[in-house]
Design a binder for this molecule. Structure first.
Ligand code: HPA
Length: 269
């Protein structure tokens, strides 16, 4: 695995003309945030050695090299999900490559089902913490020398970045929620009983991604900031049928606000 990571990182270093220290992973329905990026290079995953290829609709599968908030950035347009059949090592492969490329800060975004009864569809939730319910751990197996065997997880989401996001949201009059994101394998959305269980466990939002990437980034010492767009509600009395298309539509509607916060954070950090 390490040899593959090295090979991919070396290939990208030769291909990319900048040295970005910030990376963004664009989740479901959030690919349009890419339009905010001044793109200098667009590299399809299929051209990148050892890179898994994204299969899910709404994820176009490109690495974007460009500028956001006046800074060089690298963005993953399309991520790899466990439910697609990838192993956790594959899901988190790009994060390990990012570390080798010198990425210091990672912005992650996703669509999530809100389990907090005070949330509404279209809310932006700053992720303050997570609950990992994936059936396989991304750090399972021999330890990578990027971090300790038993990594501390007391601050997986950087408090300074959360404070910065809060002040930018307040300045711009953008309403943000805070909460715990629970990562589960999917691909089924939750039954009402499962949403209730996740709420009892402490979740404010539930989704099928992000947690593996955040664990690996944190293990590599990369600072993480995450946002979840609430695209549907897993709250008793408000549960309706949900489809991937509706999730994408709801996410599309709010992504300019998320983009505004992230762009400004990158500018100031
Ligand atoms: N559950 C799981 N994943 C999701 C949801 C949900 O309700 N909404 C968007 N992604």
């Amino acid at each position: 695995m390490y040899a593959k990571i090295q090979e991919t990182a070396t290939w990208l270093k030769n291909r990319i003309s900048t040295q970005p220290e910030t990376a963004i992973v664009l989740g479901t329905g959030l690919g349009r945030l890419a339009e905010e990026i001044v793109v200098k290079e667009r590299i399809p995953y299929s051209e990148i050695p050892n890179m898994p290829v994204s299969t899910v609709e709404g994820h176009s599968g490109c690495l974007l090299i460009g500028e956001l908030g006046g800074k060089d950035i690298l963005a993953m347009q399309g991520r790899f999900h466990f439910y697609e059949g990838y192993s956790m090592k594959e899901v988190t492969f790009p994060i390990r490559v990012m570390y080798e490329l010198g990425i210091k800060t990672l912005f992650v975004s996703n669509a999530g089902g809100g389990t907090n009864p005070s949330f509404s569809i279209g809310d932006l939730m700053i992720i303050t913490d997570h609950i990992n319910l994936f059936p396989e751990h991304p750090l399972h197996g021999p330890n990578f020398p990027t971090g300790p065997r038993f990594p501390d997880m007391s601050e997986a989401y950087d408090k300074q970045l959360i404070a910065l996001a809060d002040s930018i949201a307040e300045e711009k009059g953008i309403k943000v929620q805070h909460g715990v994101y629970l990562g589960t394998q999917g691909p089924t959305f939750e039954t009402p009983a499962e949403y209730r269980m996740f709420r009892i466990l402490g979740a404010d939002s539930v989704g099928m991604s992000t947690v593996p990437e955040v664990i690996v980034a944190h293990h590599c010492g990369i600072r993480v900031f995450g946002m979840s767009i609430i695209t549907d509600l897993g709250v008793e009395g408000q549960i309706v049928k949900v489809s991937h298309e509706e999730v994408q539509k709801a996410a599309n509607a709010v992504q300019p606000l998320m983009a505004e916060i992230m762009r400004e954070m990158i500018r100031r950090s």
